[in-house]
Design a protein around this ligand. Structure first.
Ligand code: ATP
Length: 323
């Protein structure tokens, strides 16, 4: 059980419920009819996110349920993963409010993130993050991820698209739901023959890349260390404003990562300390990667660069990365 103490409480208080309801967590069930759905915010690999209302503004992720067939992740897995969600209470994690669990209406309701994702800032708006700003963002990601890991939750899909910036505050979304949401409900609708969605590959650690086969997604060896690898890629995006292995075809990336070839940092203008963090997170062997508490300490120890304000050293802030 994900939370045996709470489960047993559920039982004593609600003894008339049959056993299988311990996973459905009645208190987190939201009747679909209570939700108001407004416009579509975006469509991902597995579902559509709506701006909605349920006791205030919320985001509703409606899963594309094509079929709940046997080769698909069963409903229990969805319930189980939703159950892990309820254990999360942290400043830097999106607030889980509840879920609709009656097929074909499967939905996850969270607080509505204001601001934009790091992906939008970095890759669409081309906002520049100063080293100091990048460090502040990375510290908050490490804090949120450290909390998730302490709770035994692996994100499995940490990427700049799943990190919002709200007035300088980091909010991480989409954690822990990877197996149900990404693999069952139409993962291959987009992406290439391996079922690799665009922009996903550069977050995958070597041990994950090596395990990629057309239908092996369910059994990919995600771990805390693979989350740290993905964090390394976000750190690179923050510092360089682009993805590692930019412009290279998937086969080339898979081959290089699988053999331990890393994106070159030769052209990157950053201090040794900053590059070291990157290299540690991208370590070929998972046991050589730091954990998030260690990363946080390292990030906190980085010397703060004082911004030169004299006219001879103008501060280059092409656009503020603040939302
Ligand atoms: P993928 O499916 O590959 O992860 P994605 O991250 O774009 O891609 P979704 O997670 O389904 O897909 O998100 C769809 C859109 O909804 C994205 O633009 C995302 O930024 C937005 N979104 C997701 N959760 C929230 C939220 N809690 N508040 C506001 N917007 C959100």
């Amino acid at each position: 059980s994900t939370d045996s103490r709470a489960d047993s409480l559920d039982h004593t208080n609600n003894s008339r419920w049959p056993r299988q309801n311990s996973l459905s967590m009645k208190e987190w069930d939201i009747p679909y009819d209570e939700l108001k759905l407004f416009e579509v915010i975006g469509t991902g690999r597995f579902g559509t996110v709506y701006r909605g209302s349920w006791h205030g503004a919320v985001a509703v992720k409606l899963l594309h349920v094509h079929s709940l067939s046997d080769d698909c992740v069963p409903l229990d897995t969805f319930k189980h993963e939703v159950a892990t969600f309820r254990k999360t209470r942290h400043e830097n994690l999106v607030l889980f409010m509840g879920a609709c669990m009656k097929p074909p209406r499967l939905a996850i309701v969270t607080s509505l993130c204001k601001g934009m994702t790091l992906y939008t800032h970095i890759h669409l708006r081309k906002d520049k993050f100063t080293a100091n700003k990048s460090v502040l963002v990375a510290q908050q990601i490490s804090q949120g991820m450290g909390y998730l890991h302490a709770r035994g939750i692996i994100h499995k899909d940490l990427k700049s698209k799943n990190i919002f910036l709200e007035n300088g505050k980091v909010v991480i979304t989409d954690f822990g739901l990877f197996s149900v949401t990404k693999l069952c409900f139409g993962n291959n609708a987009r992406g290439d023959s391996l079922g690799i969605p665009p922009g996903w590959l550069c977050y995958l650690a070597p041990e994950v890349t090596r395990a990629l086969t057309p239908h092996a997604s369910l059994h990919l060896p995600f771990s805390k260390a693979t989350d740290v690898y993905a964090f390394g890629t976000v750190w690179y995006e923050l510092l360089c404003g682009e993805f590692p292995f930019k412009g290279q075809p998937p086969e080339a990336i898979i081959w290089q990562v699988g053999k331990g070839v890393k994106q070159s940092l030769a052209n990157m203008q950053a201090s040794r300390d900053i590059k070291d963090i990157l290299m540690q997170c991208w370590s070929y062997r998972s046991c050589d990667r730091p954990d998030f508490p260690t990363l946080l300490t390292t990030l906190q120890k980085l010397p703060k660069k004082r911004l030169a304000r004299s006219p001879s050293h103008p501060v280059h802030l092409s656009r503020s990365a603040d939302s």
